[in-house]
Ligand binder design. Structure first.
Ligand code: HEM
Ligand code: HEM
Length: 214
């Protein structure tokens, strides 16, 4: 086992929720649902940052954050159809994943203060001036093509691994098994993940109920 249940479940939930966000962001009738799903994604981002610090070995940022040189080396190997020696995310994959987590965090945060100026003001919109809300809404919209681009590169890279290098990455994101065993994935660690997820969601929802306008 290299991918614990929270990494795997989180990944496939995020895929579905992000697809819903891309659709509902444009749809005036789905503003409320868009906001709630956005809040769910933001609490996953909070969880994933925590899991990147206190989670199992291959979920940790220290396992896959690498400097620019390592990222370039990893990209060269990828293009040259060479297998990456990394057991978890490769250096290049890790860079893409950080971008995805960062962009989803940015979209979640800017979403909280944004407004469509007609039907819907997000829960923390009253916190900021009209000018700041305008800039946040602008950033929220501009992040969309960036997200689409990174998701596209991510999926193409995964497909390249899957078909050109014959590595079964997609299956591994379902069953969790890889070329090695991560002994830090224990029942106690999985419980820790559940508490972390509960804490992230409670912190975010509690703050929004306290400071927000629903
Ligand atoms: C909205 C679209 C997507 C987003 C936001 C996304 C995001 C992510 C993130 C954040 C990770 C890191 C997982 C973690 O460590 O917690 C990841 C890994 C991964 N994703 Fe996606 N993903 C998307 C779509 C897809 C799709 C459609 C596939 C299947 C073709 C896919 C296959 C994978 C695989 C195989 C990994 C593991 C890569 C590795 O072994 O290093 N993803 N993705
Ligand atoms: C974290 C994940 C999120 C994603 C991926 C996302 C994505 C999007 C997208 C693609 C649009 C359409 C932008 C455009 O075409 O100009 C949009 C619009 C919007 N989103 Fe989100 N969103 C997220 C979170 C949130 C949250 C948490 C809220 C509020 C609580 C929110 C509130 C809004 C509003 C009010 C608009 C309409 C803005 C306008 O009229 O220009 N979003 N979002």
């Amino acid at each position: 086992m290299i991918w614990d249940i929270w990494v795997r479940l989180g990944h496939w939930c995020i895929v579905l929720l992000v697809a819903f966000q891309l659709y509902s962001g444009e749809n005036l009738d789905l503003r409320e649902q868009h906001a709630w799903v956005g809040i769910a994604i933001l609490s996953w981002v909070m969880f994933r940052i925590g899991w990147g610090i206190i989670g199992p070995t291959h979920a940790r940022f220290s396992d896959f954050i690498a400097g620019p040189r390592a990222v370039i080396e990893s990209l060269k190997r990828l293009i040259g159809k060479e297998h990456d020696p990394a057991v978890g995310h490769s250096a290049a994959g890790g860079a893409g994943i950080l971008l995805l987590i960062g962009l989803l965090g940015l979209m979640g945060l800017t979403g909280l203060v944004s407004t469509d100026d007609v039907f819907y003001d997000a829960p923390l919109n009253h916190w900021v001036s009209g000018a700041v809300a305008g800039i946040a809404t602008e950033i929220h919209g501009l992040a969309k093509p960036a997200l689409l681009l990174i998701v596209l590169v991510h999926v193409l890279a995964v497909l390249w691994h899957q078909f050109a290098l014959k590595e079964r990455l997609v299956q591994a994101m379902f069953h969790g098994r890889g070329s090695a065993v991560d002994h830090s994935i224990t029942p106690a660690m999985i419980r820790r993940g559940a508490y972390l997820m509960l804490a992230s969601a409670t912190l975010l929802l509690g703050s929004l109920l306290w400071w927000g306008q629903f």
